[in-house]
Design a protein around this ligand. Structure first.
Ligand code: BGC
Length: 816
């Protein structure tokens, strides 16, 4: 689209497009490209994942395109990035990924993922930033601005309330209006308003009974009308339900597309008036505007691969969290006597499985980093992560290696069989082989430092008998370098947790209803993460915001001033130890005690400050009084209540250092929009689903759909109880299982690990898919007519089903 023709671009081009061409423009031509219209010079757009690098697959294979990708820097995953508490680093990472996207010809990066970590069990937590909406929103905004500074468009995902993987294709997130606004939408709101992302990707799941891709209230009412979003909305891959309803709702682009049924529906509905021409043209206009934006932007800066690799190492270092330390760390490496146990030492798990898988040009494992420093150690593998059975020879060998060692470094955590996109965990426990080995080492009297790679909280066996715990999270391609810098004291740890770590999953804030059925009752309402634990008094393994250093910090002289709607706080942070270090200062505001239930305190500002040993710095933090407002369901608006609040400066949600009163009188007197019994039920966080949940919702809680029969919207795993469902599930699983088994049969190698990881992701995801989501995401491989036909047969209509399977749907093929 030449610049000179820009004015004719939107209106003029729309006037020249045929109906078939419009329908084509509103979907993908394959997994990663949109359709173009060659005769009018409208190019295709190239979209690819995100968020931790650029996943440009070499060959377009199937819907989820898990083929090997072009090399690109594998940055630490989002959870690690957020644990730096330094949004400037998120901006730098975004810009670096933007530059690499430009060099690889990418137009739209499918990132960042900003869903709230509702449960420690969610398989995809590693791709998200936090349980807290402020942290998620601030990091998401910085990332979007970074990527888009290089002329590359972003797609903020998954809008909205996609909090699990097991039910993501069919599940219904049932959330009260207030929790939705204060917790699940708030990060998106901030990013849309402050970061101006070019696109938003809607989630697979339903939100309060309506699929997100069909949800007009969400995609138009809230996103566009309220927040002023003027970009394009695309589906998640295969998230379309009713294409025409979706278009009317504001869902413009259907990905990966190639669903003849959807195009035919658009055409039929345009002809019979169900789809008004203005609605169709508006969606086409948004696609054309995105095409224009992606073809006319300033050039990106050149890629400096070495600088990006350094940045990846820096983020991994600053995002690692020292969870516990009895003084064993840092290790004096000249001292000797070091034993290292655990496969992750040499085969580090540096990223998660699924759509975010990056192929880095190189990696630096902890072993590489130790060897580069000439560190002396004895090593035993101890366990094998990508194996279905425990290898009994590895444990005794590891115990022997650890015998008489001064310190044992145990590299462990979750493997890709336990944690991945596509499925959730059922427990926070570490893999059995690691638990057994840790127990055996501690029993043998070893001084064990646990170095953890995991994208989500895990149970820590023998915690109080461990010498130290260092969390690397999923640290990207140079994670080993970060580990060595921190373990040997070249740097002082400075990361802090962005989610609470309960002792076990049973202690988490949504434990009573996580993955119980396709209807997820978000019964805990606003009490997510620390908002729950604060009030419930949970005995946590580690609180939100926790992280130690090799030095210590004192806080003093908190001053708070209010000027108009702005609150300014300042505090002196003194480094009282012998090493330089950085401290994450957290500002919470303790809420007023009014008539409306609230969390005890909420994070309102944070900053990270580097303080040299023996010196101090004055640190400034600020927020708007309006941030203290709660969402009032009677007003359908934010309401600031008058009352006595308190500014609290803290080193973690459980390590409060200083506080100052904050009196608000510019708001409204406290008045509850809820019936009295709701206020009573929610005065403290519920530990089970309260009867008052329905009243809080304002309607009856929907019943979970009957699950057994194979239907268009039935989770395949739930349909296995029926004959047809069982046969179908076996057939699809059998196909993928062959690939997984073939990967496991390969000789022990990194290649085997990589193939096992990718195929396992698809294998585990299959039971959570439905006939519809398979048809929508298979880029033509499973025709929608076949899916519908199978559902009809399963519903007892064999003749209609067979007719449906054999009847050709009218398509727009001729227009291609
Ligand atoms: C994921 C998205 C991803 C898309 C394309 C989906 O399954 O949920 O996050 O961008 O696939 O790979």
């Amino acid at each position: 689209m030449p610049a000179s023709t820009h004015t004719r671009t939107v209106e003029g081009l729309i006037a020249q497009l045929t109906l078939d061409e419009k329908a084509l423009l509103l979907e993908g031509v394959d997994a990663w490209n949109t359709n173009g219209v060659a005769r009018l010079g409208i190019p295709r757009l190239f979209l690819t994942d995100g968020p931790h690098g650029v996943r440009k697959v070499r060959k377009n294979s199937g819907a989820f395109g898990l083929a090997e990708a072009e090399p690109s820097t594998s940055f630490p995953t989002s959870t690690t990035l957020a644990k730096t508490w330094d949004p400037d680093l998120a901006g730098q990472v975004g810009a670096a990924i933007g530059r690499e996207s430009a060099a690889l010809g990418v137009d739209v990066l499918l990132a960042p993922g900003v869903n709230i970590m509702r449960s420690p069990l969610c398989g995809r937590n590693f791709e998200y930033f936090s349980e807290d909406p402020l942290v998620s929103g601030v990091f998401g905004t910085a990332f979007v601005q970074g990527v888009q500074s290089q002329g590359i468009a972003t797609s903020v995902k998954h809008f909205a309330a996609n909090s699990n993987e097991d039910y993501r294709f069919v599940g219904d997130s049932v959330i009260d209006e207030r929790a939705l606004r204060e917790i699940y939408l708030r990060a998106f709101e901030r990013i849309v308003k402050d970061g101006a992302p070019a696109t938003v990707m809607c989630a697979y799941n339903q939100l309060n009974g309506m699929y997100c891709s069909d949800n007009r209230e969400l995609l138009t009412g809230i996103l566009r009308d309220e927040w002023g979003f003027d970009g394009l909305v695309m589906t998640d891959w295969g998230a379309t339900h009713d294409r025409v309803v979706g278009l009317v709702a504001g869902c413009d682009l259907d990905m990966p597309g190639q669903v003849a049924h959807n195009r035919a529906e658009i055409i039929a509905a345009s002809r019979d008036g169900r789809l008004p021409v203005e609605v169709l043209d508006q969606a086409v206009a948004r696609v054309l505007a995105l095409v224009d934006r992606c073809t006319h932007h300033q050039d990106a800066e050149p890629v400096d691969a070495a600088a990006h690799a350094d940045l990846a190492a820096r983020v991994a270092t600053e995002g690692a969290v020292l969870l516990a330390n009895d003084g064993t760390l840092p290790i004096d490496r000249s001292h000797g006597g070091l034993a290292v146990i655990g496969e992750q030492f040499e085969r580090m798990r540096y990223q998660g499985a699924g759509s975010s898988l990056i192929s880095p040009p190189t990696t630096v494992s902890p072993r590489d980093a130790f060897d580069a420093r000439g560190v002396e150690y004895r090593y035993a593998r101890g366990y094998r992560a990508l194996d279905l059975h425990i290898d009994a020879t590895l444990e005794p060998e590891a115990i022997e290696t650890a015998r008489d060692a001064d310190t044992v470094l145990f590299f462990g955590g979750l493997g890709d069989l336990e944690e991945s996109e596509g499925f959730d965990r059922t427990t926070m426990a570490l893999p059995d082989a690691q638990v057994r080995l840790l127990n055996a080492l501690v029993d043998a009297g070893a001084r064990v430092v646990l170095v953890l790679s995991t994208g989500s909280p895990v149970e820590i066996p023998r915690h109080d008998e461990l010498a130290a715990v260092l969390l690397l999270s999923l640290p990207g391609m140079n994670g080993g370098e970060a580990a060595a810098r921190l373990l040997f004291g070249e740097r002082s740890p400075s990361g802090k947790l962005t989610e609470s770590w309960p002792m076990t999953a049973a202690d988490s804030s949504c434990a009573a209803d996580y993955n119980v059925s396709a209807v997820s009752q978000y019964y805990e309402s606003i009490y997510v993460g620390y908002r729950f634990h604060d009030r419930a008094g949970t005995d946590l393994r580690y609180p939100f915001g926790h992280g130690l250093s090799y030095t210590t910090f004192d806080y003093r002289d908190l001053a708070v001033t209010v000027d108009g709607g702005r609150v300014d706080a300042s505090v002196t942070v003194a480094n009282t130890g012998a090493r330089d270090g950085a401290e994450v200062v957290q500002l919470y505001v303790r809420n007023n005690r009014g008539r409306v239930f609230k969390a005890d305190k909420e994070l309102r500002a944070f900053t990270k400050v580097l303080v040299e040993a023996g010196t101090e710095k004055r640190v400034a933090l600020e927020f708007d009084l309006a941030d203290l407002a709660y969402w009032d369901v009677a007003e359908h608006d934010w309401v600031l209540e008058n009352g006595d609040y308190e500014v609290v400066v803290a080193a973690s949600a459980a390590d409060l250092r200083l506080s100052a009163p904050l009196v608000v009188d510019s708001g409204r007197a406290s008045r509850s929009p809820h019936p009295e019994h709701v206020e009573r039920a929610y005065a403290a966080p519920p530990r089970s689903i309260p009867n008052a949940f329905a009243a809080l919702l304002g309607r009856a809680v929907p019943a979970a759909p009957p699950t057994k029969r194979l239907g268009l919207e039935t989770r395949l795993g739930d349909a296995h109880g029926s004959f047809l469902g069982r046969i179908f599930l076996r057939a699809v699983i059998g196909r993928v299982k062959k690939d997984f088994d073939a990967a496991l049969a390969l000789p022990d190698s990194l290649e085997r690990d990589a193939r096992a990881k990718s195929t396992h992701f698809v294998l585990r995801m299959m039971p959570s898919m439905s006939l519809r989501s398979m048809a929508m995401s298979s880029a033509g491989e499973l025709p929608y007519s076949l899916a519908e036909g199978l559902a009809l047969i399963a519903a007892g209509h064999p003749i209609r089903g067979i007719r449906r399977i054999t009847t050709k749907t009218p398509t727009t093929e001729d227009a291609r």
